[in-house]
Structure formats: C-alpha cells, structure tokens
Design a protein around this ligand. Structure first.
Ligand code: MG
Length: 368
C-alpha cells in the first residue's frame, strides 16, 4: 500500500463563549484547526486533525501545522501508511522537532491501519478495556461562584470529573479551591489545573493551605525543575501536562518522582504512535494518565477516546471533549459523543469518524 495523495483542510472552530486561562491572562475565542486526509493506491483513506489551543498555550499554532506539512507531506508520497513507526522516523528525519505538526499525519495513518485491519483504533492499540471513559470538563477561570456555575452546567450533562482552571494569586486561588472543594459531591472529582501560572513559592503556599480531597494539581509551574521543587514540599498529587513534551521527559518524571499523574496530549507529543509509547511507560511504572488533545473537533476527541479506551480504567482518570465548547461540528452524528459524561470509542474500523466535506470545504493544499 502506498500513499498517493495528502490533502490539507483548514477550519475555524469558534468557541461558544470566551474562555480564560491563568487568571484571565490568556483569552480564547476561536481555534484554528487543520484536517489531513491521506489517500492510498488501494482506495482506502484516513483522517487526522491538529488543533492547537490558540497561539499562547503552547509553542504551536495552526499556521505552523500547515507550514510544517509543506516540508513533510511531499516526502511521504509513495510510503506505506500502515508502517507507522517508519512514517514517524521519516517525519523526524525530515523535520526535527515540531511534534504537533506530525500528529495529524500520524493519526491519519492509524485510521488507515484500522480500516485495513478491520478493527477500531483502540483495538490495534492493544485493547478495548471495559467500561466508558469519563470526560473531564474544562472550567474557565473566574470567580468562585462563576466556576461553580460552570461545573453545574457540566454536571447537568452527566460529567463527574472537572478540570478547574486556577492560577491567579494565592488568596484568590485558595478562595476558589476552598469553595469548589466544599461543594464537591460524593463520587465527583474536581482537579485544579494551574497551566504553569504559579511560581514554586505560590504553588507550595496554596497546595499546603487547601483541603482538596479526591483531587490533584496539574502543571502548577512552568518547568519540571520548578515542579520538582514543589513536589518535595507538598503532599497533594501532582500531574504534569505542558511539561511533558516528548518521551525523554518521561523517565525523569518517574525517576525523580515529580508527578504521580501525566496528561498525555496527543497533538503535543506528536500523535498516536508516540502517545502509545508514553502510555506503555506509564502502565509499566504505575503513573496514572489523562488522555486529551490540545483542542479540536469530534475527530480529535474520537482519537483521545480510542487511546483512553485502550487503558485500564484504574490507570486512566479521563479525557476531554473539546467539541462541547464549539459552535461548529464538522462530522455531525459521527465519532465519540458524550454519553452521560463519558466517551465510548466507536466500533467501526479505524477511527470511526469522517468529516462532512460540505462543512470542511476545499483543501488549502494538496500533495501528490
Ligand atoms: Mg492541563
């Protein structure tokens, strides 16, 4: 099987309402998403999506994906998309780094591999573990009351896991966390995502001042060095998210006991092939996971559902449904959807989701 054509589509994904990270420092209203379709000489095709969360969240942006694909895509014509490790090596040789550029290409190859195998992607990743995968809400930072109202909005959709964004100043964050923790229901998880906004001093002060049961603190500071400092002076569970860039970060997180949890964002780490390697390391070392995307439509959400479905539930705390925050749906009725606050990976071969071409429009670039 050979890749004969790679088509790149761009779609704006407006958020239903503005979203704020880190005490309002970062505001988001629109996501710039890139869809990649790979066609083969055997008539089978696959889809992938890459969608950074704006331009300020990570060193990644929508135009960057399309510029990187200009370098990578021509060299993959004629290659076998089923050989995902080889495809990844070729991409890494062609364009070192820039992992988020490669993710939609890699995902489209897994979609093809699933279709050829006649199996859903979770099963070719190794398992369809029983039970649905809980979806974590993403609660924009705000006043304690505003954040609680947002949590109630998602409770009404069945959600039992909530990612509350904090990271302003010590007093306000203690007030927020105290209010949300006091109103946390039995069987519900509220965790606090700082998105690297605290200095170690602030993290240590807040984390040692609050009583946050059944919870954890995600990416409290910018770097792994800073989080290691916090780890040594606190007892709350810590999750590394933005600080996990590539596989080589993972042995250090484990060896230095920096975090008990990692948030594997598939786009950030370079796609399913590389996320699978991280998954396996975590399973071998007892580190718990969240499986998410940096953003995107139902297509991205469905990729996370497949990887999360391949992990035993005790090791996977949940995923995220970005689609619920958008006003555009490029694949109506298809893919992983919220069922009582959970995803179930589709049963069809491949990803089990196909964009509607009338919504996606014409490609912005074609390589063949
Ligand atoms: Mg996070």
């Amino acid at each position: 099987m050979k890749i004969t054509r790679i088509s790149v589509h761009q779609l704006d994904l407006p958020l239903a309402k503005p979203y704020f990270l880190s005490g309002g420092r970062l505001k988001f209203e629109l996501l710039d998403s890139t869809f990649v379709r790979i066609d083969t000489d055997e008539g089978i095709h696959g889809w992938g999506e890459g969608c950074p969360w704006g331009v300020t969240y990570l060193p990644a942006h929508g135009k960057g994906i399309r510029a990187g694909l200009e370098e990578i895509a021509p060299l993959l014509i004629g290659e076998d998309p089923r050989q995902v490790d080889r495809i990844n090596r070729l991409m890494d040789i062609t364009l070192p780094g820039h992992l988020y550029v490669k993710s939609p290409m890699d995902i489209a190859c897994w979609d093809i591999l699933g279709k050829v195998s006649g199996l859903p992607v979770c099963e070719i990743l190794g398992a369809r573990e029983p039970g649905p995968v809980p979806i974590a809400s993403s609660i924009s930072t705000g006043s304690p009351g505003e954040m609680m109202a947002d949590i109630q909005f998602y409770r009404d959709k069945g959600y039992r896991v909530h990612s509350a964004k904090v990271g302003a100043n010590v007093d306000l964050d203690i007030a927020r966390i105290t209010h949300l923790s006091e109103n946390q229901k039995v069987g519900e998880t509220i965790f606090y995502d700082v998105n690297r906004a605290w200095l170690p001093r602030e993290a240590i002060t807040v984390m040692n001042s609050v009583d946050a049961a059944n919870s954890w603190f995600e990416q409290p500071c910018e770097t792994l060095d800073e989080i290691a400092m916090v780890r040594a002076r606190t007892t709350q569970p810590i999750c590394v998210d933005e600080g996990l860039h590539a596989f080589t970060d993972m042995p250090r997180i484990h060896r230095d006991s920096i975090a008990e949890i990692v948030n594997i964002k598939i786009n950030r780490v370079g796609g399913l092939t590389k996320a699978k390697r991280l998954r396996d390391f975590c399973l071998e070392t007892g580190i718990t996971m969240l499986i998410m995307e940096t953003g995107g439509s139902v297509l991205s959400d469905t990729v996370t559902a497949h990887l999360a479905q391949s992990i035993p539930s005790v090791s996977c705390l949940g995923t995220w449904s970005c689609q619920e925050m958008l006003t555009v749906d490029p694949a109506p009725g298809r893919g992983a959807r919220n069922i009582d606050g959970c995803f179930i990976a589709p049963e069809e071969p491949g990803l089990g989701v196909e964009p509607d071409m009338d919504i996606l429009g014409d490609p912005v670039a074609v390589y063949q």
